[in-house]
Ligand binder design. Structure first.
Ligand code: NAD
Length: 259
């Protein structure tokens, strides 16, 4: 197996950290990129200290570093790519995983929340991929993995902004897959089902505790349990390494979403 360099946005915690661990365990080098200072959102976002903790924890699994990024800022995206290339000599796999959620009835949903979701979840994918594309073209084995969602395949009440943003990620994935195929760059989306991260515990089911999350998700999942960050890591490594797969949006959702 060839060792490749992987840049994971939103990698300080949750699904991104799980993906980083899986790439490290598969023998790759990883740069974690996340917000440096908390972020102004409905619930607390990642931070410098959370990134540093992740690097310390994941260091046992392989070569990992971190760099700050705000994926809504094109200069910051370029800086994160440069930091990766400076640290490891190139960039082979970009994982656009940073994301935010908010929910609420249409008449109460603020423009700032709508714009904020689209800035991170949609524009962030464009800005990071644009910043990385020169280096990806220079790689002999390049891939992009975009974290979409099952919310990108089925709409939900009170989640129009989030669902709309994840549908957009799937459309962008297909478009980049077409555009970058002649360069040998594969572009795929990963659609997690329900993973007990901050999105659930600090927002969607805030203050209800893990047993409530486990019960609610287990009751509706055909395979009988919620998804884990390890499930997402396994799928991200697959999408980054599958040689003849591009433009797909892979559900990792225990059978909850099949389209
Ligand atoms: P999370 O909140 O733990 O992780 C999201 C990470 O993105 C955080 O570390 C946060 O700091 C970072 N981030 C947010 N805005 C950023 C910005 N502007 N620049 C850089 N980093 C930023 O939640 P998670 O569940 O691990 O989410 C990871 C991805 O998975 C998201 O794209 C989310 O939409 C998607 N997803 C999650 C679930 C789930 O059930 N948890 C399901 C489907 C999809």
């Amino acid at each position: 197996m060839t060792t490749r360099t992987v840049l994971v946005t939103g990698g300080a915690r949750g699904i991104g950290k799980g993906m980083a661990k899986s790439f490290l365990e598969a023998g790759h080098r990883v740069m974690i990129a996340d917000l440096p200072a908390g972020g102004d959102w409905r619930y607390r976002l990642g931070s410098d200290s959370e990134m540093a903790d992740a690097v310390e924890e994941l260091g046992a699994s392989g070569e990992v570093r971190c760099t700050p990024v705000d994926v809504t800022d094109s200069a910051a995206c370029e800086h994160a790519v440069k930091a990766t290339v400076d640290a490891f000599g190139g960039l082979d796999v970009l994982v656009n995983n940073a994301g935010v959620i908010d929910s609420g009835p249409i008449e109460e949903f603020g423009e700032a929340q709508w714009d904020g979701i689209f800035a991170v979840n949609v524009k962030g994918v464009f800005l990071m991929t644009r910043a990385a594309v020169v280096n990806l073209r220079a790689s002999a084995d390049a891939a992009v993995v975009n974290t979409a969602s099952i919310a990108g395949k089925r709409g939900s009440a009170r989640l129009a902004a989030y669902c709309g943003s994840k549908w957009a990620v799937i459309g962008i994935t297909q478009s980049f897959a077409q555009e970058l195929a002649p360069d040998g760059i594969r572009v795929n989306a990963l659609c997690p089902g329900m993973v007990g991260t901050a999105m659930w515990h600090d927002h969607l089911m805030a203050n209800q505790g893990d047993p409530a999350f486990q019960k609610r998700t287990s009751d509706i999942m055909p395979l009988g349990r919620p998804q884990t960050v390890e499930d997402m890591g396994e799928a991200a490594v697959y999408l980054a390494t599958a040689r003849n797969v591009t433009g797909i949006a892979l559900n990792v959702a225990g059978g909850y979403e099949m389209h």
